[in-house]
Structure formats: structure tokens, C-alpha cells
Design a protein around this ligand. Structure first.
Ligand code: F6P
Length: 549
């Protein structure tokens, strides 16, 4: 049991409550009275310029938040994480995704063993395999070149590689086809393989545990398709050339029938949602090539080093984490929107949903006591400008406070035609306009000055004062992607440290898994499931009836 005071009883917490109760000027006033604000509230890390000036904060707010970070020893826990201590308490594991991007000469010890050489050995094995697939040296069972790569995984074993593949599409081998299958709905695998030739298709089965029912079910069906489907290869030996595994569980991989030589290993100190820079990124590495993959790791490392070394007042993950605490705990904000102004980041927010919500969706603290404060927010969003024509209305004029991150780049990718490149300014004009409109709004006086009829004025007034962070970089390179992901990883870490929760377990997903296993026989065989509640019993009966008709 920890003997530190409950979070909400800390003087640093109550000082923030008092500060919040005092109220704060509107962002319009904060900017009008403080000409240095836009310069002062910018933090730079690597290639990222992070503007947090449009937040409902003053120097005093920031100082009080920093005091909370000091009191809760965020940096102490950070150092314990980087040292390889077992800070994932409920699973008794170290948390060392940062070792995945450590340089080859670094020393990171787990139980007295330096894990960095093992990390680099796997990276080298991945590089070799990826190069052989990309060059055509690794062929399928019939000698045909591999043209299609299908990653089968779910959660962290899907969202990371799928997100990064989209993000770095401009860097991918365009002659190869990549698909990501996650849903146990058979339609997912069906749509992924229906137009592919098994002889040209490589399946990458990505599962940390290699026990996840969705993944093992899909992988089994993929093997059936490969061997016995309409164009099946009809030879069990084909599995060796068409299936590789990414896992921590060699025994289960072998049980499945995949040669351990075709397994790329990682370790229990890499959480699933923190794993796409491990072997789980093999599909991505095949897509972008080993050099770009390593550039991405360099990007992660830039932010890791910044998080470790930058002083608190210039530490980007710390500042972003504290801002989230300010809104979630002192403004009753329930959610956080991440709105990338980049088509290539179309899966970025979905990826962050798992990173943030699976990490900080907790209601007991590290000692097992119920928390008496809000923890992780609902994370949501889609790329701008699409969201503007859908749900931004609620952010602008609804009744909820929704802090948002706007992410954009100065340059589009080179591959675009000149005409398409020219659209980039329009895209970014929208990002800047949204940040401005959200912060400053439009007063009733401004609306009236436009000659709007009085009965329309209230409808056309924008209260503003909606906080945003703007993250700007020159372009979306592999390194910049790594920087962005590491920024959010460490932001989530900071918040978990302040809330005194275990950000690295995910027991909340277990109950549903167990119940699904119990209910399934009732659906397939009509078996009696003892102890089912009356609503579920009726639903199962209705399902069976509909299924038979
Ligand atoms: O059930 C949740 C979870 O354990 C995630 O944390 C994880 O990313 C996902 O399932 C997939 O797990 P695995 O990689 O072991 O198949």
C-alpha cells in the first residue's frame, strides 16, 4: 500500500481546484492582454512544433499543474520505466517499449540481462526477411513471387501496423498489396483475400500471446484458404513459405504449425498497444523497407530522449499530459478529440484510442482502491476536413467542452501532381481556421455588425474558448510518425502516473472474452448456458430463430 496522500487531498490538487474556481478570462482576453503568449506556449521536440497557446491556461495554471506533476513524482515513475523496473504491477512486468528503439550500444536491463542485443537481433532478422520478400528472393511454395502481404492480428497487433502503413503509404513498395485482417467477422478475411492468388500471398500472424481467439480463428481460416480454397496449394508444406508469426509465445506458434524459424520474437515487457515498433511491425517493414522502419525508430527515440531529459517546463509529453488532467479533472471534460489534417493519418486516432483508452480506462488505483477522480478520456476523431462537415458543429456550439489536437504538415508528399499539391494550402487553411474559430469564436456584437437579424444572432454566435493544441511538422516522414506516436505514448504515461493507476494492464477486456466463450455454444449448438440473464437468453433465442428462418 502506498502511504502517499490520496490525489484529491494533495495540496497541489486543491490549489488547482481553487484556481479553477476563481475562473479565467476568455481566450480572446488572454491573447489580447499577453502579446508573448503565442511564442511562450510553444514546445519543440524533434521536428514537431507544438503550440499550446490556445488553452484555458495562464502561467499560474501551468505552474500549479507542474507542482502536481512534481508531487505525484511523474519523473520518478518515468525513470523507473526506463530503468526496466516492474512498474506494470498487476502483471508484474517491466514496461520497456522504449528499449525497442534504443541504439545498439545502449544497455537496458531486465532482471540483470541487457535486452538491447536481443532487440537488435530481431530487428536484423526482420530486415533480412523484409528485404527478401521485397526483392522477390523469398518466394511462395510454387516459386511465385510474393505480391500480397496479409497481416492477421487484433488490437495492438493490428492497429499499429495498419495505422503506420496508411501513414507511410507514400514510402511503401507500391507493387505489393497489403491488407490487415482483424475482425472475427468472416467478411473481413473474405474481403481481404477474395481477389488474391494464394501462391503469391504471405500471411503474417501477429499475436503477442498467440491465444487471441479472433486471430487464431482467422489464421486457421487463412490456412484453409491457402491450402484448400478454390486456388488452394493442396500441400501442407506450403505453410512454411506462406505463414510467419510475430509473437512472444514460441510454443503456441509451433502448435499452430508455423516453423519457429519463421517466428519473429518479442517479449512480455512490450505491451500490445506499445508494440508496433517491435516484431509486430514486420508487415510495415516489408511495406516501407528496413531503412525507413529504422528511421521511424529514430523518431521514437528522439522523443524518448526528450521525455527523459527535457526540463519539466519544456517537456512536451509532460505538458500535454498535464493539459489533459486540467480538462478531465478540473473542467469535467469527458473526451478528447484528435483531428489530423492529413489523409495519411486516417487511422491515427483509432490507434490512439487503444493506446489511451486501454491504458488509462481504469477505476482503481495502483493499490487497488477505487479512484475518486476522473481517469482517461474518451478519445475520438477523424481527419479534417471531413469532420468539419459532420461533427464539428457540436464542438463549436454544443454544450460540451472538447479539447482537441489539430495535427498538420507544411508539405504534402512529393508524389502528388502539382494540382493536388496546391490543395494542401486549402487543407491547412482549414486547420488554422478551426483553431482560430474554436478559440476566439464570434461575439454577438460581431454577428450584429454583419447585419444579421436579431432573432438569428444567438444562433450565429460562437462562444469560442474551446481549447486546442496544434502540432505542426514539415512533412509526414517515418521519423515524424515515430515522434508523434512516442509523444502520445508518453503523454498517456504522464496521465497514468498522476492518476496513480496501472496504465499497462487491461483486465477490463477479459470478462467479455470469457462470456463470449460461454455463450458461443448456445448460438452454434443451441446448448443450454446455465446462469444466463433473461435478456441475453431472449436475445440468443431470437438470434437462433432468425438464423433458422
Ligand atoms: O484483449 C486485449 C488485448 O490483449 C490487447 O491489449 C492486445 O493488443 C490485443 O488483445 C491482441 O492481443 P495479442 O497480440 O496477444 O493477440
Amino acid at each position: 500500500m502506498s502511504d502517499s496522500p490520496k490525489l484529491t487531498r494533495r495540496p497541489e490538487w486543491t490549489a488547482l481546484e481553487d484556481h479553477r474556481a476563481e475562473g479565467a478570462p476568455h481566450l480572446r482576453e488572454l491573447f489580447a492582454t499577453d502579446p508573448g503568449r503565442a511564442e511562450r506556449y510553444v514546445v519543440r521536440v524533434g521536428d514537431l512544433r507544438i503550440d499550446y497557446s490556445k488553452h484555458l491556461i495562464t502561467d499560474e495554471t501551468l505552474a500549479l499543474l507542474q507542482e502536481l506533476a512534481t508531487a505525484t513524482d511523474v519523473f520518478g515513475l518515468r525513470d523507473a520505466m526506463f530503468r526496466g523496473e516492474r512498474i506494470n504491477l498487476t502483471e508484474d512486468r517491466a514496461v520497456l517499449h522504449t528499449a525497442l528503439r534504443a541504439p545498439a550500444n545502449a544497455v537496458v536491463e531486465v532482471d540483470g540481462e541487457n535486452v538491447v542485443p536481443r532487440v537488435h537481433a530481431v530487428l536484423d532478422k526482420m530486415s533480412d526477411f523484409a528485404s527478401r520478400v521485397r526483392s522477390g528472393e523469398w518466394t511462395g511454395h510454387t516459386g511465385k513471387r510474393i505480391k500480397n502481404v496479409v497481416n492477421i492480428g487484433i488490437g495492438g497487433s493490428d492497429l499499429g501496423p495498419a495505422m503506420a502503413y496508411e501513414a507511410l503509404r507514400a514510402y511503401t513498395a507500391r507493387e505489393l498489396t497489403f491488407r490487415f485482417v482483424s475482425n472475427v467477422d468472416g467478411a473481413d478475411l473474405h474481403e481481404a483475400v477474395r481477389d488474391l492468388d494464394p501462391a503469391e500471398t504471405l500471411f503474417i500472424v501477429a499475436s503477442k500471446t498467440f491465444t487471441t481467439i479472433e486471430t487464431i480463428t482467422n489464421a486457421t481460416s487463412a490456412r484453409t484458404w491457402l491450402l484448400d480454397g478454390p486456388a488452394g496449394l493442396r500441400d501442407d508444406k506450403a505453410v512454411a513459405k506462406h505463414f510467419v508469426a510475430l509473437s512472444t509465445n514460441a510454443e503456441k506458434v509451433t502448435d499452430f504449425g508455423i516453423d519457429p524459424d519463421n517466428m519473429f520474437e518479442f517479449w512480455d515487457w512490450v505491451g500490445g498497444r506499445y508494440s508496433y515498433d517491435s516484431a509486430i511491425g514486420l508487415s510495415l517493414m516489408i511495406a516501407v523497407g528496413p531503412d525507413h522502419f529504422r528511421e521511424m525508430l529514430d523518431g521514437f527515440r528522439i522523443v524518448d530522449e526528450h521525455f527523459q531529459n527535457a526540463p519539466a517546463e519544456a517537456n512536451a509529453p509532460l505538458i500535454l499530459g498535464l493539459l489533459g488532467v486540467w480538462y478531465g479533472n478540473f473542467h469535467d471534460a469527458q473526451s478528447h478529440a484528435v483531428l489530423p489534417y492529413s489523409h495519411y493519418l486516417s487511422k491515427f486516432t483509432a490507434y490512439l484510442q487503444q493506446l489511451d483508452m486501454e491504458s488509462n480506462g481504469k477505476s482503481v488505483d495502483r493499490d487497488g482502491n477505487p479512484v475518486e477522480w476522473q481517469t482517461g478520456p474518451v478519445v475520438w476523431g477523424t481527419p479534417g476536413t471531413n469532420g468539419q462537415h459532420a461533427y464539428y458543429q457540436l464542438i463549436h456550439q454544443g454544450t460540451k467542452l472538447i479539447p482537441a489536437d489539430l495535427i498538420g504538415f507544411a508539405r504534402p508528399i512529393d508524389e502528388l501532381s502539382d494540382e493536388l499539391k496546391a490543395q494542401h494550402d486549402l487543407l491547412m487553411a482549414n486547420l488554422f481556421a478551426q483553431g482560430q474559430a474554436l478559440a476566439f469564436g464570434k461575439t454577438a456584437e460581431e454577428v450584429r455588425a454583419e447585419g444579421v437579424a436579431e432573432e438569428q444572432v444567438a444562433h450565429r454566435t460562437f462562444q469560442g474558448n474551446h481549447p486546442t493544441t496544434t502540432v505542426l511538422a514539415k512533412e509526414l516522414t517515418p521519423s515524424v510518425l515515430g515522434q508523434l506516436v512516442a509523444l502520445y505514448e508518453h503523454k498517456v504515461f504522464v496521465q497514468g502516473a498522476i492518476w496513480h493507476i496501472d496504465s499497462f494492464d487491461q483486465w477490463g477486456v477479459e470478462l467479455g472474452k470469457v462470456l463470449a466463450r460461454r455463450v458461443e455454444p448456445a448460438l452454434t449448438e443451441g446448448a443450454d448456458v446455465p446462469g444466463l440473464d433473461s435478456s441475453t437468453t431472449a436475445l440468443v433465442a431470437a438470434y437462433r430463430e432468425l438464423k433458422e428462418v
